[in-house]
Design a protein around this ligand. Structure first.
Ligand code: PLP
Length: 354
């Protein structure tokens, strides 16, 4: 039986995407060859790459606006370094909203001093700092739109006098935003795009080419742009499956349609967390993420009973991140409302039992 998958990443993808991807592994497009054995320079694969790049820009509303989409390797973690290499000349400004921001700051510090405009570290990163200033004499501002580990999400973004780089690994394609307010958007595929192995980078071309350092080819956005995201052999399976998933999203009605579904799932989840006296939420209410809901049992004695019930209901992947503990329900785009309802049902059954 297929489980209700609340895993934070790698995570759920639509069943039809799994089906089509697995068929292509056996034979791609009646060509007598597997997707995994054709040349990445073949017309078949070049078409897949171009379609994936186009769909990414189209869904974000960034087509024809000076942006390029790239499917790179090395995860979001490599982007922590790449953003700094490509944009950091004197000093950059970072918002620290958790472990991932902190890691981005650490990489940028290799190249220069970093200004931390604000941090929620003192409160276990359970909220998003607000009301800070972004200095205009810095090279760029970096933020993390959704903090996967703590279940916080930036609901709005500060006006910035300098270019903005945003790590959207865990909420890209989940909600409508004016994406033109960002100059670099990056996201590891394995949370809302596709399988692990590729990272989507959307970059506004006019922010590039302004640093004086030499940039190694594999780290240089301009090199990847000039080679149409095929400077070297790309991760063909991850990109093909990501393309299928973006196609699925487009057929569903795009970001506008999925946002409504995501809001409904979050409402169902958070109302149970708030109304059920056995649980308490981790993140500050106004900053709660629609992708990752974090919560704890108030009485730890119920842990074993709760977890047995979860298991019996086929609910998987609900453990909180090791640094926070408790539970985390990740409700990415492909998660059906029914799975959230199944979880909420177990939580209310526990209330009846306790
Ligand atoms: C998962 C995650 C990362 C790390 O991504 P990798 O692809 O594993 O490097 C970075 N940032 C955020 C917000 C994440 O959720």
């Amino acid at each position: 039986m297929k489980k209700h998958n609340f895993s934070a990443g790698p995570c759920i993808l639509p069943q039809e995407v799994f089906q089509k991807a697995s068929e292509a592994v056996i034979e791609y497009n009646n060509e007598g060859l597997s997707l995994l054995e054709i040349s990445h320079r073949s017309k078949s694969f070049v078409d897949i790459m171009e379609k994936a790049r186009y769909l990414a820009l189209e869904l974000l509303g960034l087509e024809g606006k000076g942006y390029k989409a790239l499917f790179l390797q090395g995860g979001a973690s490599t982007q922590f370094l790449m953003v700094a290499l490509n944009l950091l000349e004197k000093r950059a400004a970072y918002l620290n909203t958790g472990t991932w921001s902190d890691k981005a700051i650490k990489e940028a510090k290799i190249y220069d001093d970093i200004l931390e405009v604000a941090s929620s570290k003192d409160a276990g990163y359970n909220y998003i700092p607000k009301g800070f200033e972004i200095p205009s004499d810095h090279d760029y501002f970096h933020c993390t739109s959704n903090n996967t580990i703590y279940g916080t999400q930036m609901k709005s973004f500060p006006k910035s006098p300098i270019p903005v780089a945003c790590d959207m690994s865990s909420d890209i394609f989940s909600r409508q935003l004016d994406f033109t307010q960002f100059d670099i958007i990056y996201a590891g595929a394995q949370k809302n795009i596709g399988p692990a192995g590729t990272t989507l980078v959307v970059v506004k071309e006019d922010v590039l080419g302004k640093v004086s350092r030499k940039i190694p080819s594999m780290m240089d956005y301009k090199v990847h742009i000039s080679k149409s995201s095929m400077f070297n052999t790309p991760p063909v399976f991850s990109i093909y499956t990501s393309m299928l998933n973006l196609e699925w999203l487009k057929n569903l009605g795009g970001i506008k349609a999925i946002e409504e579904i995501n809001e409904m799932k979050a409402r169902v989840m958070y109302s149970e967390i708030d109304l059920n006296p056995l649980f308490k939420g981790y993140a500050a209410k106004e900053d709660r993420s629609n992708m990752n809901a974090t919560f704890n049992l108030i009485n730890e004695d119920l842990k074993e009973t709760f977890e047995t019930m979860l298991k019996e209901a086929g609910i998987s992947g609900l453990s909180g991140h090791r640094s926070v503990g408790g539970y985390r329900a990740s409700m990415y785009n492909a998660m059906p409302l029914d799975s959230v309802k199944a979880l909420v049902e177990v939580m209310s059954e526990l209330e009846l039992k306790a």
